[in-house]
Structure formats: structure tokens, C-alpha cells
Design a protein around this ligand. Structure first.
Ligand code: COA
Length: 312
């Protein structure tokens, strides 16, 4: 039995930080940031659990489901509120969910890892999962370091995943990690993000290209068969470089990074939720999700959109 995405929702902190806000106190400019990254503003504020609860609540509402009908919660985050317990425990309690809950850290590929994990557990017998990506990256970014401060933001988005579909949700997926690349992008406990930007950029393009090629091949489809491409929202130049090599167009691609910056595990569900709200996906459409990040970690999935035939 397969599963379907039956609801989605998002949460963004109210405080908007524009490129000009950075330019007012750091040696940078709106022109530099937009030209190198495509980012114009990002949101900052809240805690990872607060944002996750708000996004989770919105997703439950959109699915018409009560928290008590959820029997699995997976929270993808690299910025948990505390070391112990998992942030998902706090979210599970606030939303009144049943069953198990756990945090999953696969950096900016976290949401796709979480989706694949939740879908597998639904096939193993769970009924309904809440899958959330939530981050407060502003807390682990040195706001005085122009090379990282301008890139990251805070936010969350969630989906409800329900079993009961005749067909599988995930047509093909690919998960990977190369831990030897850890020195390129990391944050120690209590420390800030350290990043070798240029090398991360180069590897991001390469590993996303390989991962997308892998899932397209597994699914037996070409780029033209993808109705919507939802990439990790780190840098529009990375997305353009990948698209050009894969043969995807910007018209097929969901972009929110101009307004959110890089929100790590929240970026793919934020872009997916916005595209779904805008009616950019229809029953039966193939949607490609692909993320990469610290590790280096990567994950891609091709999913079939829609809930026709769902037995509830
Ligand atoms: N404003 C102005 N100048 C800046 C700047 C900023 N916000 N940040 C860095 N610079 C400077 C650098 O200090 C460097 O100056 P120098 O030549 O005097 O040393 C110069 O700009 C060029 O830096 P470089 O690293 O070559 O720029 P770039 O074209 O590679 O762009 C990034 C920098 C960070 C935007 C780019 O490397 C990038 O996006 N990398 C991937 C990052 C990412 O997505 N990480 C998350 C993965 S999940």
C-alpha cells in the first residue's frame, strides 16, 4: 500500500532581514548578495520547536487531520533547541500526536531523508505521519561574518503523509553522504557555521547532478517528465547550474530562497508548500525533490503527487 501527501503548511518568523540591513553594518551590498546568491531577504526569530509546531499545525489543518490521528512524527533539523530531549518530543506533545517521534539530522538533505524514512515506516504499518523541516540557522551563524551571515535564515514547513493509496508515493529515491567532506561545512557545539563557500558550491553542483541523474534513471523518465522541481534553496546559481546540466528549466523549478535565504531542512518543504498553494502541481504529476548540504549529504526523490483513491 502506498502513501499520499494530504496536507502541507509553513511557518516563517515575522522579522524580515533584508540585504540592506546587512549592508548597513557589514562590508557587503544588496548587489553583491543578489548577484552571488539570488537572496534578497530572509526571516529570523523563534525557536525550532515553535516554528515546527506552527508549521505542523498548519499542515494538519490543511489535511483535515487532528494531531491525535498522527502516529509518527519525524522532524528534520540541524538546529535542535537542546541536546536532550529531541526537539520532536516537544513538538509531538504540543500537537497532541500519538506514536513515536524523532529528530533526523541530514543537514540540508534532511527533509528528503525524513520523507523517505516516514514513507518506509508507513509501509511497515504506521497510518499517518507528520514530516517537518524546521531550522533556526540564525543562531548558529556569526551575524558579523559577511561570508555566511547573509546566506542563512529561519523557518519551517511540514507535510502530512497518509497510507492508503493504491500506488507508491515515491517512484525513486537516492540517499548519500560523503563524510570525508566534513571540514568544508560544519558547526561545533556552541560554535558558528564554518564554510569553504567556493568548494561547497562546486561539490553541491556535482553531487546534486549525480543524485538527480540517478533518480531519473531509476524512474525511467527524463527531465521533461518532471512537472515540478523542488531543489534545496541555498543559492540560485547552484540551481541554475544543476538545471542547465540536467536539462530542467527554471519554469519547472520552485524558488523561495529570494525571500527565505537558506533554511536547510526547511527549504524544500517551504518551496513545495508554496508551489502546492499556487496550484503548480496536479493529480498524477511527477515532482522531483533534491537536497544537498553539510556532510556532504545529498538526497533526491521523485514522488507522484495526488491523493485520488486514498482509503481513509
Ligand atoms: N559581501 C561582499 N563580499 C563578500 C561577501 C559578502 N556577503 N561574502 C564574501 N565576500 C567576498 C569574499 O571575502 C571574497 O573576497 P576576497 O577575494 O577579498 O577574499 C570575495 O567576496 C569572493 O569570494 P568567493 O568565495 O570567491 O565568492 P563566491 O563567488 O564563491 O561566492 C558564496 C561566495 C558563499 C556566495 C558562494 O561560494 C556560495 O554560495 N557557496 C555555496 C554556499 C552554500 O550554498 N552553502 C550551503 C550549502 S547547503
Amino acid at each position: 500500500m502506498g502513501s499520499a501527501i494530504t496536507g502541507w503548511g509553513e511557518a516563517l518568523p515575522e522579522r524580515v532581514v533584508t540585504n540592506d540591513d546587512f549592508a548597513a553594518r557589514l562590508d557587503t551590498s544588496d548587489e553583491w548578495i543578489v548577484a552571488r546568491t539570488g537572496i534578497r531577504e530572509r526571516r529570523m526569530g523563534g525557536t525550532t520547536s515553535e516554528l515546527a509546531i506552527e508549521a505542523g499545525r498548519a499542515a494538519l489543518k490543511s489535511a483535515g487531520v487532528d494531531g491525535s490521528e498522527v502516529d509518527l512524527l519525524v522532524l528534520a533539523t540541524t538546529t535542535p533547541d537542546q541536546t536532550i530531549p529531541a526537539t520532536s518530543a516537544v513538538v509531538h506533545d504540543a500537537l497532541g500526536c500519538k506514536g513515536g517521534a524523532f529528530d533526523l539530522n541530514a543537514a540540508c538533505a534532511g527533509f528528503v531523508y525524513a520523507l523517505v524514512t516516514a514513507d518506509s515506516l508507513l509501509r511497515a504499518g504506521h497510518r499517518r505521519a507528520l514530516v517537518i523541516g524546521s531550522e533556526t540557522l540564525s543562531k548558529v551563524t556569526d551575524q558579523d561574518d559577511r561570508s555566511t551571515a547573509v546566506l542563512f535564515g529561519d523557518g519551517a514547513a511540514a507535510i502530512v503523509l497518509e497510507s492508503g493509496m493504491p500506488d507508491e508515493l515515491i517512484v525513486a529515491y537516492d540517499l548519500g553522504v560523503d563524510g570525508a567532506a566534513t571540514p568544508l561545512l560544519y558547526a561545533n557545539h556552541g560554535g558558528y557555521i564554518h564554510m569553504e563557500g567556493r568548494e561547497v558550491f562546486r561539490r553541491a553542483v556535482r553531487c546534486e547532478l549525480d543524485s538527480i541523474t540517478n533518480v531519473l534513471t531509476k524512474a525511467g523518465i527524463g527531465p521533461q517528465d518532471v512537472a515540478l522541481f523542488v531543489p534545496h534553496q541555498a543559492n540560485v546559481r547552484i540551481i541554475e547550474a544543476v538545471n542547465e546540466r540536467v536539462g530542467l528549466t527554471m519554469e519547472q523549478t520552485a524558488i523561495v530562497l529570494d525571500r527565505t535565504g537558506n533554511t536547510s531542512a526547511a527549504s524544500i518543504p517551504l518551496a513545495l508548500a508554496e508551489a502546492a498553494d499556487a496550484g503548480r502541481v496536479a493529480e498524477g504529476d511527477l515532482v522531483l525533490l533534491s537536497g544537498f548540504g553539510a556532510g556532504m549529504t545529498w538526497a533526491s526523490a521523485i514522488i507522484r503527487w495526488g491523493q485520488e483513491g486514498l482509503a481513509r
